[in-house]
Design a protein around this ligand. Structure first.
Ligand code: HMG
Ligand code: MG
Length: 296
């Protein structure tokens, strides 16, 4: 059975903008405030990673300090280590998202360590986050394929996901980082992970590089998962995954879910307006089909 509502976790300001041209802080702040006004109540606003690795996110502290932090919205930031957690705390962020991968090669290229080392690195972060009463989300990348290793074993995805939940993550987001998955593969991966972790603690983070994200989501919609990640205007991707351009556009996700009678709480015309505005600021055309159709 399909769920009656889906919680959308908006990643545009982070996963989107980390892979686009540099934007002024004020434009990011305007975007985040606009997304919150559209009804998106979970927004990843930036990342506290090395500025050398991802210069687009270097102003994340300023972004966190300048956004209007509404009580009805959960703002989060991507964090790779204890240093990132300290910056998130200083910026008054109450939710962090840690990230590792199901592929060793991708993990090395993205965060410069093995999967096991990444989990060890997270231990003090979980401890400090718990002490500070922060929510901790986590990502597992390359769940449906890796740009360096190709096919990824679903048992490996399940093992890493299980480890993160055991360590204290309230939710693990399953990342098809390079968007290579297709519906049957997506569903069997979710079924394999669900044998070790309750689907209520999972989220889908499917990139749309090959135009498969919505189809993959439909294939998993009756699996018990009720959180889906998306990026306004389909902005961005991961800079350490060749071909990871094209996040799933939030506008496309909202249109499909609402059309299926599944509530999202998002004002689609408003969202399309903000998608259009950010694309103008970036000097690009929206990647969202729905955004294009609704263009005024
Ligand atoms: P490293 O070089 O191994 O780390 O990088 P290090 O501890 O040796 O530190 C090197 C330098 O970075 C030092 O500075 C540190 O102070 C600094 P230096 O002495 O050279 O001037 N540093 C930091 N600076 C700011 N914030 C920090 C921080 N930590 C160390 N938190 C590190 C390791 C993890 C830092 C690096 O690899 C990194 O920043 N990687 C980030 C990669 C990234 O952001 N990728 C994109 C996000 S992941 C993604 O998009 C996938 C996802 O969407 C899901 C999906 O689609 O699958 C989540
Ligand atoms: Mg991503």
């Amino acid at each position: 059975m399909y769920p009656s509502s889906i919680s959308i976790y908006e990643v545009g300001p982070r996963d989107g903008l980390q892979n686009e041209a540099l934007l002024p802080t004020a434009a990011k702040v305007q975007l985040i405030n606009g997304l919150a006004n559209c009804g998106l109540n979970r927004i990843e606003v930036g990342s506290f990673v090395s500025h050398k690795w991802v210069p687009q996110m270097a102003d994340s502290a300023a972004v966190c300090q300048q956004i209007e932090q509404r009580a009805d919205v959960r703002y989060s930031a991507l964090v790779p280590n204890i240093k990132g957690l300290e910056q998130a705390l200083a910026a008054h962020i109450r939710e962090i998202a840690l990230f590792t991968a199901a592929s060793e090669s991708f993990c090395q290229r993205n965060i410069n360590c093995s999967i096991n080392e990444s989990l060890q690195r997270f231990e003090p972060v979980f401890t400090a986050a718990k002490a500070a009463k922060l929510r901790v989300r986590a990502y597992v990348s390359c769940v449906l394929g890796c740009p360096y290793e190709g096919t990824i074993n679903t048992a490996q995805v399940a093992a890493v996901t299980h480890a993160l939940i055991e360590m204290g993550a309230y939710e693990v987001s399953l990342g098809d980082t390079i968007g290579v998955g297709t519906p049957r593969a997506a569903r069997s991966m979710v079924d394999a992970v669900s044998q070790r972790v309750s689907p209520s603690q999972l989220a889908l983070h499917f990139h749309d590089t090959y135009g498969q994200a919505l189809a993959n989501i439909v294939a998993c919609l009756d699996s018990g998962i009720h959180t889906i990640d998306a990026s306004v205007a389909g902005l961005g991707g991961c800079p350490y995954a060749k071909g990871a351009s094209g996040n799933l556009a939030t506008e496309d996700l909202v249109y499909m879910l609402e059309g299926m009678g599944i509530e999202t709480g998002v004002d689609l015309p408003q969202l399309a307006k903000f998608g259009q505005q950010i694309c103008q600021q970036l000097g690009k055309v929206t990647s969202s089909k729905v955004g294009q159709a609704l263009q005024s």
